[in-house]
Write a new protein. Structure first.
Length: 554
């Protein structure tokens, strides 16, 4: 039995989740469900990032407080994650006293261990708004690629920046050019970890290629010390006399949420967080830590967070980094500011959560950018989920209802299928553990297509008239295939697989091993797993999206 920690990225509580962001988070839930089915101990945590510039900017735009904005979107996130089937052990938020306490403790540990130092710097200040500007409040031209960038990072070329690096600077609030004023801050001596982090990255296994390449680029360029505090009104207070009114910088505070959430889970459940964070476990138990996020968060998980962990004590560094590329929408980048986005609350109001999960995994941006289109989404649902998976389940169990009084007929589990499914558990499990979810899902669906072919070739509708025992054997094997599909697909499609477990009385919790359904078991409460989506919805949804960019709100 292994201890498996899974940290899902913390979405900013400044606006609704859209499908692009959901695509980068969903692998975490697949991993958690898989490892639980294997019988391992899993701690899967995340939360809403309620601090930081995006939340403050949204509050300023709406004329409210950051706390009000955070409350609204945190509640929405919780609802969305529950409806889409995320199985977090704890989903919390950064504006809680527990998180503040853990972050301040971590800050003091870094200070005590000599990894923080004070420095007077010139920071951008807006004379119009009368305040120091957080890095994201400053926009200008990236010195590396020449594209428009924020003061913390360029989205176009992924360069980590300071506002002073930008040219043509402007205040995001009022649009006026800011000035620079001296102010004192603590800095993290990130450069001192260069050699240790280089060794760590060189020995890393199971990282997505984008994480490896981008992290190697930062190391080759040389790590720069980064400010650990900022002049802000919203965030975690710096626990040092003389620094009243300053906050711990959100790029330190937010990643620390993985540790604070783990400790909060332990405090609330009576569990122990330490086995999931042990750097060198005393026992023979295996421990593995996954971090799941989008590629824009790579340096914070592959360099900054490991540096904080190294600097604070004997805590486990990330083992696997599952960093997704971007998902576009109808060929263009998601943009909430231009209303070119599909919100998760919106799509959940009209479509089955397993349909959404299936598309975002089967077409997920694992190795390259991928695209969400309504045409592909609806054809995917009708062709794969309904036409292959749902069809096989329904045609088998409905036939049993009609010809065998809804009782699993006598028969022997076909030997070839038994061997094939046993190997399928092993093969797809290895792919899931490696973060290769698309391949795992395709492998299972290849067996579903084979199962439909088996049904067609055996022709149970003919066997029922000519050789009832042979018909029973065919359907008996098909039921065994369905029962095992309910476990193999449970990490991906928890709702429909839960229905199948109900039909066949397989128990509430999926397992990751070959299972068998005895003859004469009653098939209960059969219903269709999926309904067909009328293809006319493609044009309807495309029009809805287009109208959102021309003034309507999506």
């Amino acid at each position: 039995m292994a201890n498996v920690f899974i940290g899902g990225a913390w979405p900013y509580a400044n606006g609704s989740l859209h499908l692009g962001r959901l695509a980068s988070l969903l692998p975490g839930d697949v991993l958690a469900r898989y490892y639980r089915a294997k019988g391992d101990r899993v701690l899967y945590v995340s939360g809403s990032d309620c601090h930081g510039t995006p939340v403050a900017v949204q509050a300023m735009q709406e004329g409210g407080t950051p706390g009000d904005i955070a409350d609204r979107y945190h509640s929405e996130f919780v609802d969305c994650f529950e409806r889409i089937g995320f199985s977090y052990d704890l989903y919390t938020r950064t504006d809680q006293p527990f998180h503040h306490r853990v972050v301040r403790e971590l800050f003091l540990q870094l200070l005590e261990n000599g990894h923080l130092y004070k420095k007077t710097v010139r920071q951008t200040y807006c004379e119009t708004d009368g305040q120091y500007l957080p890095d994201r409040y400053v926009e200008g031209t990236c010195p590396v690629c020449g594209k428009r960038a924020r003061g913390d990072q360029c989205d176009a070329c992924s360069t980590l920046l300071d506002p002073s690096d930008l040219t043509d600077k402007a205040c995001k609030i009022c649009g006026n050019p800011p000035v620079e004023r001296p102010t004192e801050h603590y800095y993290l001596a990130l450069s001192r970890f260069q050699a240790e982090l280089a060794d760590y990255v060189r020995d890393a296994e199971g990282w997505r290629e984008n994480a490896v390449h981008l992290t190697e680029r930062y190391l080759a360029e040389g790590l720069q010390d980064r400010a650990a505090t900022r002049d802000l009104a919203w965030g975690v207070d710096v626990p040092i006399a003389g620094f009243e009114g300053k906050k711990i910088y959100v790029w330190i505070e937010a990643v620390s949420g993985y540790l604070s959430a783990s400790k909060q889970w332990a405090a609330e459940t009576g569990g122990s967080w330490e086995p999931f964070w042990a750097k060198d476990p005393d026992s023979l138990e295996k421990t593995i830590a996954y971090y799941v996020h989008g590629k824009d968060n790579i340096p914070f998980h592959s360099l900054v967070w490991p540096a904080l962990l190294l600097g604070s004590g004997n805590l486990r560094l990330p083992d696997r980094i599952v960093s997704c590329e971007y998902m576009t929408l109808e060929g263009k980048k998601f943009s909430t500011s231009r209303n070119w986005a599909i919100g998760v609350p919106d799509v959940l109001s009209r479509y089955d959560p397993d349909s959404i999960r299936y598309f975002l995994i089967a077409n997920g941006p694992e190795k390259r950018d991928t695209d969400f289109s309504w045409r592909e989404f609806i054809h995917s649902h009708n062709g794969e989920l309904l036409g292959a998976f749902g069809n096989f389940v329904n045609r088998t169990l409905a036939f049993i209802g009609k010809s065998f009084d809804s009782r699993v007929p006598e028969g022997k589990f076909d030997e070839d299928w038994m061997v094939g499914l046993t190997e399928l558990y092993a093969q797809s499990g290895r792919l899931i553990e490696d973060g290769r979810l698309k391949e795992a899902l395709e492998l299972v669906f290849a067996h579903i297509r084979r199962a439909n072919k088996y049904f067609d070739e055996r022709k149970p509708w003919v066997q029922a008239k000519e050789d009832r025992e042979a018909c029973g054997r065919t359907l008996h094997t098909c039921v065994q295939i369905i029962a095992n599909l309910a476990h193999l697909l449970a990490p991906f499609l928890p709702f429909s697989c839960g229905k199948i477990r109900g039909f066949l009385d397989l128990g509430q919790q999926p397992v990751w091993q070959l299972v068998a359904v005895p003859a004469n078991r009653h098939v209960r409460d059969l219903q269709l797993l999926f309904e067909r989506i009328d293809p006319s919805r493609i044009e309807e949804e495309t029009r809805r999206l287009a109208s959102s960019t021309s003034g309507g709100k999506h």
